[in-house]
Design a protein around this ligand. Sequence first.
Ligand code: GLU
Ligand code: ZN
Length: 506
Amino acid sequence: MTDRAENDVLGDLDPNQVRVRFPPSPTGLLTVGNIRSALFNWAFARHYGGKLVLRIEDTDTARNTDEGYHYTLESLQWLGLTWDEGPDIGGEYGPYKQSERMDIYGDVVEKLLAASKAYHCYCSQEELDQRREAARTAGQHSGYDGHCRTLTAQQVQAYVEEGRRPVVRLRMPDRPIVFDDLVRGEITFLPENLGDYVLVRANGYPLYPLVNPVDDALMEITHVLRGEDLLPSTPRQIALYEALAGIGVGSGRTPRFGHLPFVMGTEGNKKLSKRDPGAGLGEYMARGFLPEGLLNYLALLGWSIADDRDVFTMAEMIEAFDIRKVNANAARFDPKKCEAINAAHMRMIPPEEFAQRMIPFLAKEGLLPAEPSDEQLALLRATVPLVQERINSFSESVEMVGFLFVDEEAFSIDPDAAAKGLSGDADAVLDASIKALSDVEWNTAAIETALREALIDGLGLKPRNAFGPVRVAISGRRISPPLFESLELLGRDKSLHRLEQARRTA
Ligand code: GLU
Ligand code: ZN
């Protein structure tokens, strides 16, 4: 067993010869698992100064849509995972959409057949099922039995005359396939578990186990970093790379593999499904996560920058990324931690950027125009010091600062907040607050002094009981940014108006 840390990732390659790929099927859904793969390939390419190829695996026309294609590109752009070659920007190894490469696959298959690396198989499904069942009963391996490996010309002719249409199978080598996984170390697959597999269906449709390695070979991919779920197909793919090398197709080099650990659901007992909450990228975009916050968390699903450190920038990840340090054990997806890591990134961004990033979320709720006025912008900027430490994603800014932007007529108090916050001593508190705030100088310190005097000294209340009703009255919520600052930002007129409104309902 090779010590992984000693593993030579590059072999005889110069670092900048590294070529990795991200090959999504554009079905319109990117999951955290897909993105983790994209991220690790991107970090790997950027670490070595190599290339990341975006290849669209859209041969399954039923499931792939043009919308899905655009969504995939936009998602990667949103994440900031840049690629060096792809369907939108071209490159020397195009086309980069598999649907535009059908002729290429046809040619390659002809060459594999001519060199006898692949062969036509005429077995019907019933025949295959029967023989598989018989093998199973006899306690033998139940993969394809090689029936059509050595058909005579007469046998072939007889099948053709019967009107059978063949599939194409790869002739698998009769020896173990051993490879040195960059994440898992040496892995061996025995030939009895690797039957000759189908490359092309009887209707001429080229399958994933054909097109994916053919493209890797032609695009001169040097490293394949992908999810552990694809590990069972790797020995078959390696046999195909070798066959392709034998007929002079592509780089002649079998890529190095690294299989990234499974992402388990929150419970840790089964794989995260694309239907699980938190599994799809769209949710994070809608909630206003920072791309770098989400990516930082996804990096932790298998990798860490240091034992005692969870938060890092993408520049730091690129610098430190080492595929040999990826943990082979399944990683558990933890939405709470994801949110906490995002929050840490929210704390780090410059105030002006923070303000700008809140705009679309407030605009979506009609609280701000898409292009706010100078006055609105000034108010928004003033909220940043109050909320930057308090929200975990930008959609939360609506709840947090919406009360400062809402039209007076549209302002309302959340019923639950009203029930809890405007009961008890609320009448007295509101009356005293209105009085205290009517002629105080309008700044945070003066507001605080006036309210403390009126409510704590004057009414003898505990701070919680004193300020709770004021908070609910002016923000409509039980949780808001710090109260005195909020009052200052809201302004005297609106503050008094809302306190009076609340007094009427209390
Ligand atoms: N299109 C495949 C997928 O999305 C690619 C897998 C691979 O990386 O080889 O699962
Ligand atoms: Zn057959």
